[in-house]
Write a new protein. Structure first.
Ligand SMILES: Nc1ncnc2c1ncn2[C@@H]1O[C@H](COP(=O)(O)OP(=O)(O)O)[C@@H](O)[C@H]1O
Ligand SMILES: Cc1ncc(C[n+]2csc(CCOP(=O)(O)OP(=O)(O)O)c2C)c(N)n1
Ligand SMILES: [Mg+2]
Length: 333
């Protein structure tokens, strides 16, 4: 049976226990829990990806392996953490050796790229109920180390709002692949959905400059909204300042806005920082490009006392009708 609760309402109603413990943390609500263990500060996150919900049932298992870890590393990036290790829990309908071999190769490639060893996990079989096989799912818990650590809390009035990368292509890929939008899904666009790059180096750099940070998994406006709520501030954003790929630029204005503002699945970062940090941001961008990574950092707005004002390049205000991703958004009682 469905419910009227959004994901966030469901979590705060049933699972925000607030039981005091021996280790100090900031509690639920950020990309990572920052946990103080003696002299060490850990950033810990967990994310599940499930067939049919996070990837299409016929997705290449190699990219499923890569992405399962990448989405968790993206949460570590949002906390400014250095990845240290991860756990892997699998719920599988059967032992499909070919699938597992490719999945394992993809997972391993990302683990090696970010020097993040797999140190444990769990493996179970999903049941058939009334002849229907439960979809398989992959849960990863990743642990990193931070000095101070970034959260969604801390944005200050007057701060700039920044976004990494060209958001929207993962959503474009999903719409094209499922036939909801017309057109061919090019390799670059498919890559954005299948192989997102966790912004680990950027996150560690931002740990020195950002006042708040989140990753864009649920859509730019929703994830920026989480920063605004946690920081008790508002924002003014020029939506035309978001970097856009050639493929998305070629779509209609409404499709482009839907993909960029609400699409999700991008795993880029959104953060706030004082205007004094602008030169440092441009320097980081320049260095990345000199090292062969075509990174783009976009300054898209300003933190204001409250509300959310969206404008376009002509200065006109844009109505915010964009919802962002919510697992339970379409359910009714
Ligand atoms: N079932 C749950 N029990 C406790 N905390 C949860 C649960 N689901 C999500 N959370 C927490 O709620 C916050 C929002 O979750 P989510 O939007 O999934 O974050 P993220 O996009 O970083 O994965 C996070 O701090 C997460 O740890
Ligand atoms: C088959 C399929 N349907 C829909 C999507 C789009 N999608 C799935 S999950 C998601 C948002 C992120 O997922 P979530 O589980 O909320 O990750 P978290 O925010 O917890 O990191 C999006 C945009 C997809 N990638 N694949
Ligand atoms: Mg999550």
């Amino acid at each position: 049976m469905g419910s009227c609760l959004s994901e966030t309402e469901l979590i705060s109603r049933f699972f925000d226990f607030q039981i005091p413990g021996h280790w100090s943390t900031q509690g639920i609500g950020d990309d990572c829990a920052i946990v103080e263990v003696g002299q060490t500060r850990l950033a810990i996150t967990t994310d599940t990806v499930a067939s049919g919900t996070h990837f299409l049932p016929d997705a290449d298992p190699f990219t499923v392996g890569k992405k399962s870890l990448a989405v968790n590393l993206s949460d570590l990036a949002a906390a400014g953490a250095v990845p240290r290790c991860f756990f892997l829990s699998l719920s599988l309908p059967q032992t499909d050796l070919k699938w597992l071999e490719a999945f394992s190769r993809g997972l391993r490639e990302t683990a090696e790229e970010f020097s993040c060893p797999l140190i444990g996990g769990d493996t179970t079989k999903t049941a058939k109920i009334e002849d229907k096989q439960a979809p398989f799912s992959i849960t990863i818990t990743a642990i990193g180390e931070v000095q101070k650590g970034l959260t969604r809390q801390g944005a200050q009035i007057g701060d700039d709002i920044w976004v990494s990368g060209r958001v929207g292509d993962a959503y474009l890929a999903l719409m094209l692949r499922t036939g909801q939008w017309k057109g061919l899904c090019t390799q670059d666009v498919a890559h954005a959905m299948d192989c997102p790059t966790p912004r680990i180096a950027l996150g560690q750099f931002l740990a020195h400059y950002a006042t708040a940070c989140a990753d864009i998994s649920d859509g730019f406006l929703k994830d920026l909204g989480n920063i605004l709520t946690r920081s008790s501030v508002g924002a003014r954003v020029n939506i035309d300042d978001l970097a856009v790929s050639e493929a998305l630029r070629a779509r209609s204005r409404d499709e482009r806005r839907q993909a960029q503002l609400a699409g999700g699945d991008d795993y880029e970062l959104v953060w706030t920082a004082s205007p004094q940090a602008r030169a440092a941001m441009r320097e980081f961008e320049k260095t990345a490009r000199m090292q062969g990574e075509p990174l783009v950092l976009s300054r898209v707005g300003t933190i204001i006392p409250d509300g959310l004002i969206l404008v376009d390049n002509s200065g006109c205000e844009v109505m915010n009708t964009f919802k962002g991703f919510d697992h339970f958004a379409n359910e009714n009682v």
